[in-house]
Design a protein around this ligand. Structure first.
Ligand code: UD1
Length: 431
């Protein structure tokens, strides 16, 4: 397995081009299954999660062609997806276990082809990750669902039917899946307590271009009037707010200045407020966010993760890394996932002072210096937090299990190197 080696201590200066949003791309790729016509998606990030989902779609029968293109000043990829007739309605275990968001084929295949078999993804490092909302909502829409041999087997006789559904949690995944199911259902579906993440607004915008009728984008009540047919479209994916937030922390922690080109500040209001509270300067330009922490003292600031527009759980680990080297104490509370503190023991191996209270809260007391160490990634965002710690630590840090980072951060070493970090990938073959 590849590793990342970092020699800490260099402030970062320059521009980081923010890539297309992984968590938008995944449901939107699956939304192309809703039409027999081809759809082209632009600004797709170059990530292993996109490759994994493409492989799943190919085994379903989607024809995929792609090209690299320059967009908004940097290199991106665009793919055209065409599924005239699927050859399989099964999402096998080997695909789903590698990439849990494979479950986004559930809504589209069931509503369009009346049958789907999806391996249940199971839990992961950050929590149990249930699918009860996805499944009970589809049942309310008339689906017959059976769990057999680790698979969800879902059928519907004629068409899914519109229903009034209230989610017990504002789940991103369930909102996307039920939206995609409802656009081709018979009648009107109302989702109460829907998630409001920007990724969902982007999916809604794509579905409406395809001919779907959806009201309530950006609100927690979505009304979907089912239509008979959707057509192919060209759609450009929004940029990744979590990637932008992660590099914003890198600028602050290293006391540098980074311009995050193509980042959307509207999607990052709370994280940017927290950065300002820590003492970093945040400037908004027409197409970028500039974070400047030269000559400023960073001060510990509390974080409480919550559903959007609350503070994103996907930035909790990175901000915790920042609090490790900020003055004073910061309380970090994780409200979304039950097991999202796996980075703490690794940060402590680098000299961080953190006390965990129960399973949801931690007090971080800032230290003068972290010191480099070999550390182990446990999940995607935790891995970035360890890279951040390595960037400010004294000496050498080796981050193991880099495949987590490759799932969600496009060309991470290149982006960091371009702004002055001493970072390199040690390929498995070099070891
Ligand atoms: C998505 C993101 C993930 C992020 C999370 C929360 C993708 C590919 N992943 O994950 O990075 O951390 O949103 O912002 O976009 N829940 C249930 N029952 C369900 C579904 C969810 O109880 O059927 C609960 C979960 O246990 C969790 C909460 O709802 O406590 C949020 O989960 P959800 O929004 O569904 O997360 P994902 O869509 O899996």
């Amino acid at each position: 397995m590849d590793k990342i080696k970092i020699i800490g201590g260099k402030p970062l200066f320059g521009k980081v081009y923010i890539s297309g949003a992984k968590n938008t791309a995944l449901p939107i790729i699956c939304a192309t299954l809703l039409s027999d016509e081809p759809s082209t998606l632009r600004n797709l990030p170059i990530l292993s999660d996109i490759k994994s989902l493409n492989l799943l779609l190919e085994q379903i029968g989607t024809e995929i062609s792609g090209k690299q293109e320059e967009l908004n000043g940097h290199n991106t990829q665009s793919f055209t997806y065409h599924t005239p007739q699927p050859k399989s309605l099964v999402a096998p275990y080997d695909y789903v276990r590698k990439m849990r968001a494979s479950y986004y084929v559930l809504g589209p295949l069931l509503t369009k082809y009346k049958h789907v078999e999806l391996s249940l993804p199971g839990g992961c490092a950050i929590g149990a990750r249930p699918m009860d909302i996805h499944l009970s909502s589809l049942e309310q829409m008339g689906a017959h669902i059976e769990i057999k041999n680790g698979y969800v087997i879902a059928d519907v006789e004629e068409r899914l039917k519109g229903a009034n559904i209230t989610f017990h949690s504002a789940s991103v995944g369930a909102t996307c899946n039920i939206l995609m199911a409802a656009v081709l259902a018979q009648g009107t579906t109302v989702i109460e307590n829907a998630a409001r993440e920007p990724e969902i607004a982007d999916l809604i915008s794509m579905l409406c271009k395809m001919g779907a009728k959806i009201e309530g984008a950006d609100t927690s009540t979505l009304t979907i009037h089912g239509v008979d047919k959707l057509h192919g479209v060209t759609h450009e994916i929004i940029n990744d707010r979590i990637e932008a937030g992660s590099y914003a922390v890198a600028a602050a922690m290293t006391h540098g200045r980074l311009e995050l080109v193509n980042a959307n500040p509207d999607h990052l209001q709370l994280p940017l407020d927290i950065l300002r509270k820590t003492g970093a300067k945040v400037e908004i330009t027409p197409n970028s966010i500039i974070v400047d922490a030269q000559n400023c003292e960073l001060v510990g600031t509390d974080i409480y993760t919550d559903y959007y527009p609350g503070f994103p759980t996907d930035l909790q680990a990175q901000f915790m890394a920042l609090m490790c080297v900020a003055k004073g104490a910061a309380m970090v509370t994780e409200n979304i996932w039950e097991n999202r503190f796996m980075h703490i023991p690794e940060l402590m191996r680098m000299g961080a002072n953190i006390n965990v209270h129960g399973h949801a809260s931690a007090i971080v007391r800032g230290v003068e210096k972290l010191s480099g160490a070999p550390v182990m990634s446990t999940d995607l965002r935790a891995s970035f937090a360890l890279v951040l710690a390595g960037l400010v630590a004294e000496g050498e840090t080796i981050v193991n299990r880099v495949y987590h980072l490759d799932r969600g951060y496009e060309t991470l070493e290149e982006k960091f190197k371009a702004v002055g970090a001493d970072i390199e990938r040690i390929k498995e073959s070099d070891v």
